[in-house]
Design a protein around this ligand. Structure first.
Ligand SMILES: Cc1cc2nc3c(=O)[nH]c(=O)nc-3n(C[C@H](O)[C@H](O)[C@H](O)COP(=O)(O)OP(=O)(O)OC[C@H]3O[C@@H](n4cnc5c(N)ncnc54)[C@H](O)[C@@H]3O)c2cc1C
Length: 571
């Protein structure tokens, strides 16, 4: 049918389009809007506004089945994600994409944890934020692994400063070269058991530091930055449900209100970015084709700049689906690396024990996070390992348990609850996964989903380096708890899979050479200069640090570059 609206193209034209509204998309949208660009955010999921968090004010007893999800429901809708035993609960069920509605295939097991709604996984994340250092940026080049990063710490350091100031990270300065200090708000602090662990481990192993987890929760309110939208953390410890106080960072309470206030922001929910349209004459992208998730309609939105922030797998899927005469294997895929080098952190390994000697102490209140032990392996010659490359870090916490909970139910049990128990320390190890070309995701054009989009097939696995690293990660954890004087130490090293750590990255990597990488040092597709990918797909290696703050810093940096290039008419 002829389009009778003469202004149709004009109405669908923006200065910039951002695909995805999660952690990186929120930052991209805010930065673009602040620079005065009319910006359209395309989000495949439903609209959620700050404050619309259905379980945020409920207690466990308000939730069905004491917050548990029935086996039947898991088997029907969450049969893949419930392989992570802690993940699917009544309080977060509404944020989780159902496995049966959006199927994918696995040549090797891949745990794909998604959030299809405005805000993406910024609502659900654990909020740990650690800077990368040159130990990470130089590792590939020094070890001859994959390709070199096209940037170094000095390139991103000012952007860490910039985003950390906005995000608000509570943490302790430690002067460590492997996780540089940042612009921290005051720490929530270690409790007495964690402090004891810090002292004992520090005495036994001077390179192992127990510090407070650096988390994106406002321990202090700064009116100049938080502008009455976000408030100080009330330590309710229900962050993953959404915070009515806006006390932890998510796209809904952080960047979107700032972007909205500029008058430049349009968010279009239910808009599945299907492909980016390429114009071979100008060698640029002109539009994003969208499938409306509600009507099934196919629409095109036009812009001078396109930011892909649909998450690592989402953005890579869009690029792989953006096939043209010039790019038969996906946009920007001259190198053949698009979809390859899939990384995540691997965990499913850790240690716990009981810390005696603090029976006459207690601590008060809750905190939104525990402690962190930064990487201490392979950070210099003295810590070099012969069995494996790279390293691991730990997240953990210590708490005082109730009395003997093995007592029978009834009065004896209730009385038992009032007796202070032992201090229990648990640490979970997060290991680096190397960028293997063989670890990949592909599209299956013969198997379409409910929106007629090709489905994804994953084929990624842990290899010898990771297995050797895991053994050492567990052993070092045992050593540290022994050094602290713990008893009843137990450890685990379970079967796990990429995706399980929810830090997937690497499938459209940055690099210096278009023959071996997809993006340049500005996160710009080497061969399509007005398309930027600033989510985890851009990562050239995985480090050991939780990655989202790095995506945010790279995003703000790329927007600044794009804006300047646009003004110089280079885009
Ligand atoms: C339980 C949990 C704990 C975590 N803890 C931490 C942590 O402590 N520290 C840390 O750094 N990271 C953590 N993460 C990971 C973190 O959430 C991700 O790294 C981060 O959200 C990635 O940001 P993103 O913008 O790339 O993607 P997302 O935040 O996932 O946002 C992507 C958005 O794009 C949308 N989208 C996808 N495809 C399309 C499409 N085709 N068209 C339009 N829209 C699309 C999605 O619906 C989504 O809204 C955690 C994640 C979870 C779930």
């Amino acid at each position: 049918m002829a389009n009778l609206n003469g202004k149709a193209a004009e109405q669908m034209t923006y200065d910039a389009i951002v695909i995805g509204s999660g952690i990186s998309g929120g930052m991209a949208a805010m930065e673009l809007c602040k620079k005065g660009l009319k910006t359209l955010v395309l989000e495949r999921g439903r609209m959620v506004k700050h404050g619309e968090y259905p379980t945020a004010n409920l207690d466990t007893w308000d939730l069905p089945f004491n917050n548990l999800v029935t086996q039947e429901e898991k088997a029907l809708h969450y049969f893949k994600q419930s392989r992570l035993s802690w993940w699917v609960n009544q309080d977060n069920l509404h944020w989780i994409v159902k496995d049966d509605e959006y199927p994918y295939d696995e040549i090797n097991r891949f745990d794909w944890i998604r959030g299809h709604h405005v805000g993406g996984r910024s609502i659900m994340w654990g909020r740990h934020c650690y800077r990368w250092s040159d130990i990470d940026f130089e590792a590939n080049a020094k070890e001859g692994i994959a390709v070199d990063w096209p940037i170094r710490y000095r390139d991103i350091a000012p952007w860490y400063d910039y985003v950390e100031t906005f995000v608000g990270i509570s943490g302790m300065k430690e002067g460590l070269k492997q996780v540089p200090d940042g612009k921290f708000l005051k720490p929530f602090g270690l409790n007495c058991a964690e402090q004891k662990l810090r002292e004992k481990v520090g005495a036994a192993f001077p390179k192992r530091v127990i510090t407070q987890g650096r988390i994106a929760n406002l321990s202090e309110y700064n009116p100049a930055v938080h502008k009455g939208i976000r408030g100080q953390c009330q330590t309710r410890n229900r962050c993953w449900r959404g915070c009515p106080y806006g006390a932890y960072y998510c796209s809904l309470s952080g960047p979107f209100p700032v972007a909205e206030a500029t008058g430049n922001l349009t968010i279009r929910p239910h808009s599945i970015g299907a492909e980016i349209i390429y114009d071979k004459e100008t060698k640029k992208a002109t539009a994003v084709r969208v499938v409306d998730a509600e009507s099934g309609e196919s629409l095109e939105f036009f812009a001078k700049i396109i930011f892909c922030n649909a998450s690592t797998i989402g953005s890579t899927a869009i690029l792989l689906n953006s096939r043209s005469e010039r790019f038969p294997d996906g946009m920007g895929n001259d190198s053949g690396e698009l979809g390859h080098n899939m990384m995540d952190h691997h965990y499913g390994m850790g240690v716990s024990g009981v810390l005696p000697g603090l029976e006459d102490t207690y601590y008060k209140g809750r905190r939104p996070g525990g402690f962190y032990i930064p990487r201490f392996r392979n950070i210099d010659n003295a810590t070099k390992q012969k069995d494996y490359l790279r390293g691991f870090g730990y997240q953990g916490g210590a708490s005082r348990r109730r009395g003997d909970l093995s007592l029978p139910a009834g009065k004896i049990f209730k009385d038992g609850l009032t007796i202070p128990g032992e201090y229990q320390i648990s640490i979970t190890c997060f290991g680096e996964l190397l960028p293997y070309h063989e670890n990949k995701m592909q599209l299956n054009f013969n198997k379409l989903d409910r929106h007629e989009m090709p489905t994804i097939v994953f084929d990624a696995t842990l290899r010898d380096n990771e297995q050797a690293l895991r053994k050492d990660g567990v052993q070092c954890g045992i050593e540290m708890l022994e050094a602290a004087g713990c008893r009843n130490i137990s450890s685990y090293n379970e079967e796990t899979a990429p995706g399980a750590c929810i830090h997937e990255m690497g499938t459209a990597r940055m690099g210096k050479d278009p023959k071996t990488s997809v993006l340049n040092k500005w996160n710009q597709i080497h061969t399509v200069k007005n398309v930027f990918v600033t989510d985890g797909a851009c990562m050239t290696s995985s480090g050991t640090q939780n990655p989202s703050i790095t995506y945010m810093a790279l995003t703000a940096r790329a927007v600044d570059f794009a804006y300047k290039a646009l003004n110089k008419r280079e885009l």
